[in-house]
Design a protein around this ligand. Sequence first.
Ligand SMILES: [Mg+2]
Length: 190
Amino acid sequence: MIVGVDLDSTVYPFIQNYMEFIRAEELFDVPEGYVPDRWSFYEDLGMTFQDFTASLERGASEGKIFKGDGFNDMPYAGFSHVVRNLRSEGHHIHIITHRNVKHAVGLTMEWLDSYGISFGTHFDAIHFVQDKTLVNVDILIDDSQANYYAATKLGQCCAIYTQPWNAHVNSEFRVNDWADVDQLVRSLSV
Ligand SMILES: [Mg+2]
């Protein structure tokens, strides 16, 4: 199978990294214990979309977003092991991310390398693209309801990676961690 894998909040702890960054830089107030339950969480923090984008660009230009640089940037448990094993058994892994701010490509590659996640061992390709349906995969693993609906509308298979902001999505496939992804890919391959 060709497995498409989103990065942010499917593999990469984007929210944690981002919150640590805006706290450290004192850009906006983040209430103690705040946990986002929607993708436009920045509105909860009094930010506009433009503020959010500007903060991402600043974080990326400082090398602190998309790669922790001291902040939390640990890939979700099991990811590296699961994709390596799936590849060794003949599956293909395409990383598909919408990271589109300047420096995102370099930071992403540095981050993958920093955790020993390598081209040819853990993944076959990496795509930087907004419309993930443009990449031909057998199943996409993603936390975004927008990507889920876009894929399924075209008859493409998508498994929602559980996060607080997608709990309401009534998807045929749902995964809660990378052990679930491993099991799902195997069950769909027999
Ligand atoms: Mg995501």
